[in-house]
Write a protein that binds this ligand. Structure first.
Ligand code: SAH
Length: 215
């Protein structure tokens, strides 16, 4: 889209490609099309394309663009994918997913964030997202199994319901760590009989608060 933030947005994409080595062209395209400045508080608009997380309502954060890009890339989505997103927050990550997958089921536990994100999906005419206010550490059994699950909040362990709700071949990308302040970015892939786990390094998310997360 053409707007006053087009140049900073293009700079952000160049940084993702050249510095962070994000290679998935579809992910880069989606991020060049979604107006991140409209997902942050008005007072922070001018910082929307910087290389860091920013505060949103209820002491939560909109994730750093690099983390959004990396997690999305790791999900390996296509236009048929059915995705579960936990911790929708501002709705920015959800908007990116909505451009790359078929159907998105998103969960957020803070009611005001749910309301604000719903408004954005309407404003941007996003129709393939169903957002609920609930404890996402339980997954969303009614719509399972999923091709891909993204958790945008740090959990002490991998929530068992999320493993159960993955299709065979499905990918779960989430930050896991016994310390509330720092985690490892993990991808779990469900195989015919088991799960394989890959580690993508250190990261820092707000805590996943719920039955299978932090108390
Ligand atoms: N992807 C979001 C990140 C928001 S931060 C964005 O870029 O804006 C993580 C979010 O997870 C917060 O909004 C927090 O309220 C939410 N959260 C924490 N625990 C949760 C749970 N058990 N279920 C659903 N959402 C949860």
């Amino acid at each position: 889209m053409m707007d006053e933030y087009q140049i900073p947005r293009e700079r952000m994409i160049a940084l993702l490609r050249e510095h962070y080595k994000i290679r998935d062209a579809a992910v880069l395209r989606a991020m060049s099309e979604v107006p991140r400045h409209l997902f942050v508080p008005d007072a922070l608009k001018s910082q929307a394309y910087k290389d860091n997380a920013l505060p949103i309502a209820s002491k939560q954060t909109i994730s750093q663009p690099f983390i959004v890009a990396r997690m999305t890339e790791l999900l390996e989505l296509n236009s048929q994918s059915k995705v579960l997103e936990i911790g929708a927050g501002s709705g920015y990550q959800t908007a990116i997913l909505s451009r790359l997958a078929g159907q998105i089921y998103a969960v957020e536990r803070v009611p005001i964030l749910v309301r604000e994100a719903q408004e954005k999906f309407q404003r941007f005419n996003i129709k393939n997202v169903t957002l609920a206010c609930a404890d996402g550490s339980l997954g969303w059994e009614a719509h399972a199994p999923f091709d891909a699950i993204l958790v945008a909040a740090g959990s002490p362990t991998i929530p068992q319901p999320l493993l159960n709700q993955l299709k065979i071949g499905g990918r779960l990308v989430l930050p896991v760590g016994a310390d509330q302040k720092t985690q490892k970015l993990i991808r779990v892939t469900r195989t015919e009989r088991n799960f394989t786990t890959e580690d993508f390094g250190a990261c820092a998310f707000v805590p996943l608060i719920g039955e299978h997360g932090w108390q």
